[in-house]
Design a binder for this molecule. Structure first.
Ligand code: AMP
Ligand code: MG
Length: 401
């Protein structure tokens, strides 16, 4: 073993984490259960979409050449509202059929005019303007049979689940959700709802981290809070390592005497790095405990969220070959002063307002790493490079939350 990488750049931390991989499992689930899951294989369409030429409008179908000298008057020879009704219809010169959105086109028709631009009287329709060819949705214009519309790794958002159904799949091969243990540490922690004694605070990190795990499409379990004793911590880590794919502890990774997660990982675990040049969130560690990957997240609530987003989420996505979910990034102009730091990538919590020259970032809330409201009530994190001084009006990159 070489020397332990200490206080590393975020990129280096991500590289070190990447060397630890996960054995993923593929399972097949029904459409109702595949939301927020990761597609395990390329998914080819079973059908053409649309499967037949159909109308994009409620209106009339006819031959375009009959409508160019508007207003034109055509004879209505039928109505098509559902498949089958077009079978015996052939549009001849001077004729039209009434047609509903999505209904198949009759033979002979090559255009549509929406009902709002027509009037009818005694079996005839009068068109206020020429009919429109692109109001026909052509067979296969969205997807052709066999075409791979979603590739392995796609994160199944609601519209993608709709796309799976459109392609004719009733069940989808997805990556089995990772089972992720969340362990909070600290003698001072009490469960919300209980009465606080002197010196105690409510345990909040595990609830937020649990939400972040679900956001990535995995299965969090909040284990009991561990007090500041090595024995309790060791026991909890041993049993978690047997049952879970990944362990996320929080608290106890700083320099202090009572920072037992750091201590136990140094003495008894397999530690891959400790501390990252990231603010907030410089104390984290990564390694394995009995071969199970473990991130030691900081105890400060904002730090634990930031470290999850910047370090844990990219590693999980990589280890499961997932292409999402990502937070969108954008550029914004600084509307208030924000403070960078000398040697850390610094993330400040800001509100985003949209102005006529683009987005503006306002730092409105006190930025302490213990102040979870600064994260909860903000819309973005501004990314400030180490050693740069930023002024009002500067353009910065932001991560939209
Ligand atoms: P630590 O790294 O354990 O010294 O924790 C740093 C700060 O975060 C301390 O003020 C802790 O009380 C607080 N903290 C640690 N764990 C949690 C938690 N699970 N929920 C809320 N605050 C926490
Ligand atoms: Mg602690």
């Amino acid at each position: 073993m070489g020397e332990l990488p200490y206080f590393v750049e975020l990129e280096q931390a991500l590289d070190i984490c990447k060397r630890t991989t996960l054995q993923t499992v593929v399972e097949r689930v029904g459409l109702d259960d595949c939301h927020n899951r990761i597609l395990a294989m390329d998914l080819p369409s079973k059908v053409d979409d649309p499967p037949f030429d159909n109308s994009a409008m409620d209106g009339f179908a006819m031959r375009y050449e009959d409508t160019t000298a508007a207003p034109s008057k055509l004879e209505i020879i039928g109505t098509i509202q559902a498949a089958g009704q077009e079978d015996n219809i052939f549009i001849k010169p001077g004729q039209a059929v009434r047609i509903m959105t999505g209904a198949p086109l009759p033979k002979g028709a090559d255009s549509i005019l929406q009902v709002e631009l027509t009037s009818t009287e005694a079996g005839f329709v009068t068109l206020q303007q020429p009919s429109i060819k692109h109001f026909i949705r052509k067979k296969g214009e969205n997807l052709t049979k066999g075409e791979v519309a979603l590739s392995a790794g796609a994160f199944l958002t609601p519209s993608r689940v709709g796309l799976c159904a459109t392609m004719g799949h009733s069940s989808i091969p997805v990556i089995k959700r990772l089972k992720i243990a969340i362990i909070s540490t600290g003698d001072e922690l009490k469960q919300p709802g209980q009465k606080l004694e002197r010196g105690e605070i409510y345990e909040s990190n595990s609830f937020g981290i649990s939400g972040l795990v679900k956001w990535l499409g995995h299965e969090p379990t909040r284990l009991h809070c561990v007090g500041d004793t090595l024995d309790d911590l060791r026991k909890t880590l041993n049993s978690a390592a047997k049952e879970y794919d990944l362990i996320l502890t929080n608290g106890g990774v700083s320099m202090g005497e009572w920072d037992l997660v750091r201590k136990i990982m140094e003495d008894e675990g397999d530690l891959h790095f400790w501390r990252v040049k990231l603010r907030p969130g410089s104390p984290p560690l990564f390694g394995t405990w009995n071969n199970t990957p473990i991130f030691g997240l900081p105890g400060n609530p904002v730090s634990s969220h930031v470290v999850f987003r910047m370090l844990v989420a990219p590693w999980i996505r990589n280890a499961t070959m997932a292409n999402g979910p990502h937070e969108p990034r954008a550029t914004a102009k600084l509307a208030t002063k924000v403070k960078s730091t000398k040697d850390c990538l610094t993330l400040r919590r800001v509100s985003i307002e949209s102005g006529k020259d683009g987005l503006f970032a306002h730092q409105k809330i006190h930025q302490g790493s213990g102040n979870i409201a600064s994260m909860a009530l903000s819309e973005a994190l501004v990314i400030l490079q180490p050693g740069f001084d930023y002024s009002i009006g500067d353009t910065v990159e932001v991560i939209l939350l």
